[in-house]
Design a protein around this ligand. Structure first.
Ligand SMILES: Nc1ncnc2c1ncn2[C@@H]1O[C@H](COP(=O)(O)OP(=O)(O)OP(=O)(O)O)[C@@H](O)[C@H]1O
Length: 511
């Protein structure tokens, strides 16, 4: 790392408001050549807004950006600062499943600022091969994107951005900006992506990495900047900073762990959900009981089957065999409608694709489960629904606490809080969660755990499928580990630690 190097990218006094509501209130940030720089901040603190301004998606209201010593003023046009050496990898990676690696990388050399031109496939094949070789990525250029593993896709998105930078600028000091690239990656593969980021840093590039995962930030970054409520809360050198330092900077207060309660397994209580001989596309002959008032975590390696369990138990994904019981009621074929009628709700991991309708308002999204109860004939009691939504938003700290706001305009963490609040309000007996705090900041995470624990104290049963060990340590009374679709370990109470979980998950792989 080059500590005293001049910044490759310097942002100064950048401001942006949406309909008069400030998202950025004049932030500063500098990213140097030869460093991985982390950008942290609570949900809605303005990280994506900054990146979208640099990418040309939004216009800034005020402020300047200096790239490689040259000051550029917003608006930056539809290509943003790409022609100044900035490359972007957004969370969805921007790759189309059916296209090949070669086609994706070649696309950048025939479009963009240079205008359309014919593709020289032989030259493109050489360029792609060279890019993959230089960054030691073992991927076939002719492989279709949807045949690649999640981490291979992320690495292809990164080298594609690097390749595009090399085409559109003079090749000196590149700046790569990654917006939460690890959210959809299995934990054990994140290291491969980080090795790639280190290679970029070591050749003198600057990498700006947005993440909510403090362990990742501490592992891979050299410095870190924290945004709080649209302002810059501070920049720290990572070496010597602790998790608590960062949490304090993000929240303005210290982190407090949510007490788990007694953490005993209540086998004497009624099972609110049970599965016998359940088989899915990965899950094999699984027997499971979820008792009243407990949080059961389910984890494992990618492909072990833990990811599909919430959907199988809910009926959103058909089971190949087996039965599911909701509160003692046996169903050979659970369906979402029957599950909901039995008080079982599912909060899927893909909140943007499956959890909420982005183009509807917060009010419409949060009112869906209550519409039937609030309708008389063709008229709906929207005033009552608005009151309920406002109350839930206030209680959960959903920002903006405005039922009329578009759901798609809420930051990721606020969307998740709104969805959880909606389903909590239906007072379910069982909540099935898939990666419930993906993309959610430490403060909102704590609020979500508190909410879940208070519902659990009243008897709700929770099954939470996640590869986030820390979440399991904080939240679960019992964790089952899947391997090859079958339960390979069960860990309870105080035995649930990160180390124990990691060794249980990796036990089979090591043997
Ligand atoms: N297009 C938009 N219209 C209206 N408000 C918006 C729009 N985009 C963002 N906002 C608001 O601007 C604020 C900052 O949002 P932003 O997405 O930048 O936060 P973030 O730090 O990236 O959050 P997260 O970590 O949840 O992704 C939020 O209050 C958000 O609701």
């Amino acid at each position: 790392m080059t500590t005293d190097a001049p910044p490759l990218l310097a942002v100064s006094g950048l401001a942006k408001a949406f309909s008069g509501v400030p998202a950025l209130r004049g932030v500063d940030l500098d990213v140097r050549a030869g460093e991985v720089h982390g950008l942290l901040g609570a949900n809605g603190s303005g990280k994506s807004t900054l990146i979208k301004i640099l990418a040309g998606f939004h216009e800034a209201d005020a402020g300047t950006v200096t790239v490689g010593g040259r000051t550029v003023r917003s608006p930056f046009g539809p290509r943003g600062l790409r022609d100044h050496g900035l490359g972007f990898v957004h969370q969805d990676l921007g790759l189309a499943g059916a296209g090949t690696v070669l086609e994706h990388v070649a696309l950048d050399s025939c479009g963009g600022a240079a205008g359309w031109r014919r593709v020289n496939w032989r030259a493109e094949r050489r360029r792609v091969g060279d890019l993959l070789d230089r960054f030691e990525i073992e991927v076939d250029p002719d492989a279709a994107i949807d045949t690649l593993s999640p981490v291979q896709r992320a690495m292809v998105a990164v080298v594609r951005a690097v390749g595009a930078q090399e085409l559109s600028s003079d090749g000196s000091g590149q700046i790569l900006i990654l917006d939460e690239p690890t959210v959809f990656l299995p934990r054990h593969e994140v290291g491969l992506l980080f090795d790639l980021l280190r290679r970029l840093r070591d050749r003198g590039d600057a990498v700006l990495l947005v993440s909510h995962d403090l362990d990742e930030i501490l592992e891979v970054t050299d410095r870190v900047t924290v945004f709080r409520n649209g302002t810059m809360a501070g920049t720290r050198t990572t070496a010597g900073s602790t998790r608590d330092d960062l949490v304090q900077l993000i929240l303005g207060t210290r982190d407090e762990h949510v007490p788990k309660g007694s953490a005993t397994v209540h086998r004497d209580r009624p099972a609110v959900l049970a599965a016998r001989g359940l088989r899915g596309s990965r899950v094999r002959e699984l027997d499971l009981d979820l008792f009243e008032g407990e949080v059961v975590g389910v984890t494992g390696l990618a492909g072990s089957g833990f990811e599909e369990l919430p959907e199988l138990l809910f009926g959103a994904r058909p089971a190949a065999a087996g039965t599911v019981e909701h509160g003692g009621r046996e169903m050979s074929r659970p369906s979402p409608a029957r599950s909901m009628a039995n008080g079982v709700v599912l909060i899927p991991a893909d909140r943007k694709g499956q959890g909420g309708a982005l183009e509807l308002s917060v009010l419409e999204n949060m009112s869906l489960p209550f519409l039937a109860g609030r309708a008389r004939g063709l008229s709906v009691d929207w005033r009552g629904l608005r009151r309920r939504t406002q109350d839930t938003c206030d209680r959960l700290g959903v920002l903006p606490a405005n039922p009329r706001a578009l759901f798609g305009h809420l930051s990721g963490g606020n969307q998740q809080k709104a969805l959880l609040g909606k389903w909590m309000d239906t007072e379910p007996k069982v909540m099935l969660l898939a990666e419930p705090t993906q993309g959610v900041d430490v403060g909102a995470r704590r609020e979500i755990f508190t909410l879940i624990r208070s519902a659990v104290a009243k008897g709700m049963g929770v099954l939470c499928a996640t590869s986030d060990y820390e979440q399991l340590v904080e939240m679960a009374d019992r964790v089952i580990v899947l391997d090859g679709g079958r339960i390979s370990a069960e860990i309870t109470g105080a035995d649930i630690t990160k180390d124990v979980l990691a060794s249980a998950v990796y036990a089979e792989e090591a043997s």
